[in-house]
Design a protein around this ligand. Structure first.
Ligand code: GCW
Length: 834
């Protein structure tokens, strides 16, 4: 037996980079380097010396040892004293100077680091130093990343420091363990209204965050449960803070502004009432007794049903400052979200515009916020749409610290089911010049405090990792978390460089792997945009429900204000000053004028600013409607191409991640087609203008399920109609199962077959396909989608390749329902194999 175990060990060891990986290690795999590459690091010292003793420095040391052991197969000697040999030295600048007073160390910005080789007491040392302990830890990660990417470290002399002080992530976790807009399993923090007993994933998360320089995390939903700051909960919060502390990640919580009333026994939560501020003072003091380095509060108020200061005629500044004053005494920060708007807007009034809200409310308050208040602003004026202009309020707050809020969790960009690498988008935002005050004011410089001379704000991402081993469900989704951290650290990095770095760390340095994956990442945002919400139409998704599948009309005729105003004549919101809502006037003149004019507005934001007819000609020369058809077909085609691109990496990526990602890409390609057909059919019908290429509504290779010979299955109407091929699907309510039969009537040959089925969240139906009774394929509908009914949120594709068919063959689909999932089908597609 022992011999077999050893043999298995040996096999694992020699399998090298291709050992099975769950994705849990993300970009911190420290995979063994090839022998030929290891030689590059032969001169790396054999010892690591840490000057000082603290949780963060201990993490830095442990990480250094772990990384070198993983990549180079050597275990560094760990020294507590200053080593008497050549060593890697981890120390703050002050402690280093106490040992080597004559050492010349360059100026390093706060939380930054310097990596360099120096001679200390006659020994050549590799120094990782920083003004603060966090920076030492960041330096270690920086050094290890270089080794993992096989870069030279011989002549190191490198200083780095972060662009902005706020580099923070938010989690929208509920205390019951669910996560609002979380797509990767339950919370790593909470379960059953308490903090989880096992917080090992929390410290791992802290490590991932620290590795890209993130220094804070707000752990609970901005739609906050007041219990999170009650006395009995504080010891539990302290456990989370303890798990984060070794990684230099400060803990924050979201609070409910009405807590004094809800849990405090007061009859008010008016921020101007002294009893209210007294109540908060006591809460804050109690929190700091348990968590001396507590980071601060995040506030969502007067927004989507959350109560706020407007109830008492007070402003966000009144509420924010009242809290900030208490936090300030202990070094805490107050994040106040600018996501304040009326979700009961009258849609009949063409002058109403949700996009205006942040500027209208916050601009008049500029200069009134205390210095430890950060106004946290979603990047666009609406809500994480696939394309929006930069929110003008970044230019409208010149005496206030601001942070941009970015969606790592891809709420409106495919929810980690679709590949959508957001760095190219975020770069557009950060590099955008708002030209406030007639001078260059790039968003990244505003955030850094450089444009208007504030003490700097920064970056917040909504991440929503869950208990799934690979954190975000899609291993590729982690590129957005990595990229977020890298951009917050250095917004001058190019999207290509981030893609390249992430791919090397996550999948290895083989050129083919790096090129293939980087290419896929870099075009994925535009691909996603093209089949979901082109030309700045924001989104055509179901805004009233999942935010996942298409539903054009869900945006309209309700108070949410995510209108695109599509009607028989055209699409788009008129946000001009001349004839519309006046939103474009919230930008400084040169930018506002660019958007105001049909001549100069970029095509990709056309429908955000203007309502134009379907026959309107874009700068490209195409009509609006034909553009919509074409980009949906092109985008879907490109999503389809990901599959072969990814398949070309078989053998280059470990099997576990290879198959998992392939599964996601297959789903995406099928779902892109669902999107394409829904949007194109909807607009063809409403506009009355046919697709010049006659693709829309014309599917010669499809057999509608409702048109097959049904046994047990019944035909059901799908709503909205455009979300199913032919507007209908079939449903099996018979527990033993149902069948749908089709007699093949085309020429003999090899065919690929698609079965479009409905995968709901409450059941795992079974499907089988037979040709003339011969078993061909079988699968279980267990994609774990969130949908509760058949439609575009649940529509999934099973592709069966290489089926030999002859005229007259009987194709039979057998469906066996499970619980509330009724083995539903939309259609089968039969295509000549390529
Ligand atoms: O986009 C909306 C989301 C809500 C979210 C809200 C917000 C947490 O659909 O789920 O609430 O934004 O950002 O506050």
């Amino acid at each position: 037996m022992k011999r077999y175990v050893c043999l298995i060990c040996l096999l694992c060891a020699t399998a090298g980079v291709l050992r099975a990986e769950t994705g849990q290690d993300a970009w911190l795999r420290y995979a063994p380097l090839k022998n030929s590459v290891r030689a590059k690091y032969a001169s790396l010292p054999a010892a690591v010396g840490v000057i000082g003793n603290s949780a963060v420095l201990n993490s830095a040391r442990a990480e250094m040892i772990r990384g070198v052991r993983g990549m180079l197969g050597r275990t560094l000697r760990s020294e507590n004293e200053f080593p008497r040999e050549s060593a890697i030295i981890l120390a703050t600048v002050d402690s280093l100077k106490s040992i080597a007073p004559n050492l010349i160390i360059p100026e390093i910005g706060k939380e930054g680091f310097w990596l360099g080789g120096v001679n200390i007491r006659g020994n050549l040392c590799l120094v990782v130093t920083s003004p603060d302990e966090r920076g030492v830890l960041y330096g270690v990660f920086g050094l290890l990343s270089r080794i993992a990417r096989e870069e030279d470290i011989k002549l190191l002399h490198e200083t780095q420091f972060p662009s902005a002080p706020i580099r923070w992530v938010d989690q929208w976790d509920n205390l019951n363990g669910t996560i609002e807009r979380g797509y990767s399993g339950p919370s790593i923090f909470f379960e059953n209204d308490n903090v989880r007993a096992d917080l090992s994933r929390v410290s791992e998360y802290g490590r991932l965050l620290a590795s890209v320089g993130i220094n804070g995390c707000t752990i609970n939903n901005v739609n906050a449960n007041p219990r999170v700051i009650q006395d009995e909960f504080l010891p539990q919060l302290a456990r989370i803070a303890n798990a984060f502390r070794p990684w230099g990640v400060r803990l924050g919580v979201s609070i409910d502004l009405s807590s004094p009333q809800k849990i405090g026994g007061l009859d008010t939560f008016d921020p101007a009432d002294p009893r209210v501020s007294e109540w908060w003072k006591k809460r804050v003091e109690a929190i700091y007794r348990y968590i001396p380095d507590f980071g601060g509060f995040t506030v969502k108020a007067d927004s989507e049903g959350r109560l706020g200061p407007s109830q008492y005629g007070r402003t966000p500044a009144d509420a924010a400052n009242m809290l900030a004053r208490e936090l300030r005494l202990h070094g805490g920060i107050l994040f106040y979200r600018a996501f304040v708007y009326d979700h009961n807007l009258d849609w009949r009034n063409p002058k109403n515009d949700r996009a205006r809200a942040a500027y209208d409310i916050f601009h008049p308050l500029d200069g009134k916020f205390d210095d430890n208040v950060i106004i946290q602003i979603k990047h666009g004026p609406i809500d994480f749409q696939a394309r929006e202009p930069v929110s003008p309020i970044f230019g409208g707050l010149q005496k206030t610290r601001t942070a941009v809020e970015l969606p790592v969790m891809q709420e409106y960009t495919g929810q980690q089911r679709h590949l959508c690498f957001l760095m190219p988008y975020w770069k557009n935002i950060l590099d955008f010049d708002l030209q406030s005050n007639g001078a260059s004011t790039l968003v990244k410089n505003i955030l850094a405090g450089k444009s208007f001379g504030t003490s700097g704000g920064g970056y917040v991402a909504v991440v929503n990792v869950g208990l799934e081993p690979n954190w975000l469900g899609h291993p590729m989704g982690m590129a957005n978390l990595f990229g977020f951290g890298r951009l917050a650290w250095n917004p001058d990095l190019a999207a290509d460089d981030i893609a390249d770095e992430w791919t090397r760390l996550t999948f290895g340095t083989e050129q083919k792997t790096v090129l293939t994956i980087s290419n896929m990442l870099l075009r994925s945002w535009e691909v996603y945009e093209s089949y979901t919400g082109p030309l700045g139409a924001q989104t055509f998704t179901d805004i009233l429900g999942s935010h996942f599948g298409p539903n054009v009309e869900a945006s309209e005729r309700n108070g949410w204000g995510q209108w695109h105003r599509a009607d028989q004549n055209g699409i788009g919101m008129d946000r001009t000053v001349a004839t519309g809502t006046g939103f474009s006037g919230q930008y400084a003149l040169p930018v506002g004028a660019l958007y105001e004019s049909l001549q100069t507005v970029p095509d990709n934001l056309l429908l955000f600013f203007h309502h134009v007819p379907y026959t309107y000609r874009l700068h490209s020369g195409k009509t609006l409607i034909q553009h919509i058809y074409d980009v949906h077909y092109e985008g879907t085609q490109r999503a389809e191409e990901y599959i072969d691109q990814w398949r070309s990496l078989e053998g280059f990526v470990d099997e576990q991640r290879f198959w998992q990602i392939l599964g996601r890409l297959e789903f995406q390609a099928g779902h892109a087609r669902v999107w394409r057909d829904a949007i194109c059919n909807y607009f063809q019908k409403i506009s009355g203008v046919r697709d010049e290429l006659n693709r829309v509504g014309n599917y010669p290779d499809r057999v509608e399920a409702e048109g097959m010979q049904l046994n047990g299955y019944t035909s059901v109407a799908i709503t909205p109609w455009e979300n199913a091929s032919g507007g209908k699907g079939i449903d099996c309510a018979v527990s033993q199962g149902c069948t749908a039969v089709y007699r093949f009537d085309r020429g003999a040959g090899w065919y690929d077959m698609d079965v479009e089925y409905y995968d709901l969240n409450d059941g795992e139906s079974n499907f089988r396909v037979r040709v003339n009774g011969q078993f061909i394929d079988e699968w279980v509908a267990n994609n774990h989608l969130t949908a509760r009914k058949p439609g575009a949120d649940s529509s999934s594709r099973r592709r069966i390749k290489g089926v030999a068919l002859r005229p007259g063959d009987e194709i039979k689909i057998e469906g066996i329902p499970d619980r509330d999932e009724h083995a539903g089908l939309d259609f089968i597609g039969i295509y000549a194999s390529k």
